[in-house]
Design a protein around this ligand. Structure first.
Ligand code: SAM
Length: 469
């Protein structure tokens, strides 16, 4: 039986069925962003598109939906049950004072029917709507522009090879808001001004910005910025953005184009122009050519979020400035002018250790680091996730790329200043970066390649795999 008082209403989220692993952490981050400390997860089912939420207000739900790319729609839940008969009982028990403002005589309304894992004939849909007559609708039906939209949702489970005759669960509610799935289309890299071989998919960029709890007026940094896809997403949520990349051509928008029919990048193909394309140029601070392995920032907590997609060395090399040869420091401490830094390999384990150290120093307290970690699936275990005593692990979500490989979206939050660690062993101590096996990822990636096609064997992803490397 539903409780009284609008604050205690129950809401139903209808979640998208892609990027399943990212949905719970996204909603949890958006709830936390609204200052709500706790998100009840007992009704969350890993593969189900439906999630009943308690303890939130309609304003919270609207706030979440104004940001979520994992949720399609949200409803104020009026009733639910395992059968239509249970739904009817539940709806008839729902306090009438909560329904009546939306059922008034002078109002207009429409009832939608949504089925998951089954397609209903038109006649069956009409029949479903007709059966809802036991609710005291007094307004006028308006299909085009109704004031209130109600929805009957039927869940036929998640197995397309075993669709039951009757739904496993049915819900009825008042539609409140849609999520931001449209951003995935409007920001597709296919239509983006400046792109590269490793430009991050729009949907995943927005998910990363949400996991990072990016908000208006935040300062966000991407140390491996590439073509700035992550900055595009963060600027869309009102953050000021900046980035760095070791590649001069990428930062200056020069060199070879990644487009099929274009040899060289055109004028104004750069990150600033990408933000201009989406109307967020005001949020662009700057980008610079810089090597992530070399600290160039003043030692201060500057950034509200660090969000990045480090290189894995598959499509672009993981290099850093420097030489394998020992360059002995001259006695006067000044290098001769002819000393030009060359580049040497930048091993993945070092990339992650540097990234975590950098984040510990330059994130504000409570600020988040969100980044991708490539893994060889058969060997994956929790110990592979790089740790840092100043950062707590918030979430760790898998995106499968092939039968052999996946990448994990790691979200960490700063909870301690590095200065507080003075009495602890040095951060480079292996106890903080116990696992060194990331370096073998490249080798293993290529060992899974189909020699003839040059493609990863059993590669299930298309656009996503494109963005891996
Ligand atoms: C996977 S890409 C990032 C793609 C980016 N998220 C985008 O949407 O275009 C990794 C980037 O890291 C850069 N990179 C490689 N080694 C680096 C280093 N030592 N310091 C800074 N950037 C580096 C590469 O030039 C590349 O642009």
């Amino acid at each position: 039986m539903a409780t009284t008082g609008r604050a205690c209403l129950q809401y139903l989220l209808h979640l998208a069925q892609d990027n399943l692993d990212f949905r719970l952490p996204e909603i949890a981050a958006l709830v936390a962003l609204r200052g709500k400390p706790f998100l009840p997860t007992e009704n969350f089912r890993e593969k189900s598109p439906f999630w009943r939420l308690d303890g939130l207000s309609e304003a919270d739900i609207c706030g979440i939906m104004s940001r979520s790319v994992c949720a399609k729609s949200a409803f104020e839940l009026w009733g639910q049950g395992r059968t239509h008969s249970e739904l009817k009982t539940s709806l008839l028990n729902y306090p009438s004072e909560k329904m009546s403002p939306f059922l008034q005589k002078d109002s207009t309304y429409r009832i939608n029917v949504y089925t998951f894992n089954k397609t209903l004939e038109f006649a069956d849909r009409i029949q479903r709507i007709d059966t809802m007559e036991y609710l005291p609708f007094e307004g006028t039906v308006s299909l085009k522009n109704p004031q209130h939209i109600f929805c009957l949702l039927e869940d036929y489970g998640t197995d397309p090879n075993d669709i039951p005759e009757q739904p496993n669960h049915v819900y009825f509610g008042r539609w409140i808001a849609d999520g931001q799935r449209e951003l995935i289309r409007s920001h597709s890299v296919k239509n983006r001004h400046f792109i590269g071989n490793t430009s991050m998919d729009a949907g995943l960029s927005f998910i990363m910005a949400n996991h990072a709890k990016v908000k208006k007026n935040d300062l966000v940094f991407d140390p491996f910025v590439g073509t700035g896809s992550l900055l595009v997403a963060c600027s869309q949520f009102g953050a000021y953005v900046c980035g760095a990349d070791i590649d001069y051509n990428t930062i200056h928008g020069r060199g070879r184009s990644s487009r099929k029919n274009q040899k060289w990048r055109g004028p104004d193909e750069n990150i600033r122009a990408n933000l201009r394309q989406y109307g967020t140029e005001d949020m662009y601070l700057d980008v610079m050519v810089s090597d992530a392995s070399k600290p160039v920032w003043k030692n201060a907590a500057l950034f509200d979020a660090i969000i990045t997609d480090p290189p894995y060395g598959i499509r672009e090399s993981t290099r850093r400035t420097g030489s394998h040869k020992d360059i002995t420091k001259p006695p006067d401490g000044i290098y001769v002018e002819s000393h030009v830094p060359v580049s040497k390999a930048y091993h993945l384990s070092d990339i992650f250790a540097d990234l975590l150290n950098f984040s510990a120093h330059h994130l504000v307290m409570g600020g988040r680091l969100v980044y991708w970690l490539p893994v060889y699936r058969s060997e994956y275990c929790e110990e592979m996730i790089p740790r840092h005593p100043c950062l707590r692990l918030v979430s760790n979500c898998e995106q499968t790329l092939s039968s052999h490989t996946s990448r994990r979206l790691i979200t960490m939050e700063k909870m301690k200043e590095p200065e507080d660690l003075e009495n602890l062993p040095h951060l480079e101590d292996p106890c903080f970066v116990p696992y060194q096996g990331h370096n073998a990822f490249r080798e293993k990636y290529f060992s899974g390649l189909n020699k003839k096609s040059g493609k990863q064997e059993d590669d299930k992803t298309n656009a996503s795999a494109e963005t891996l490397i």
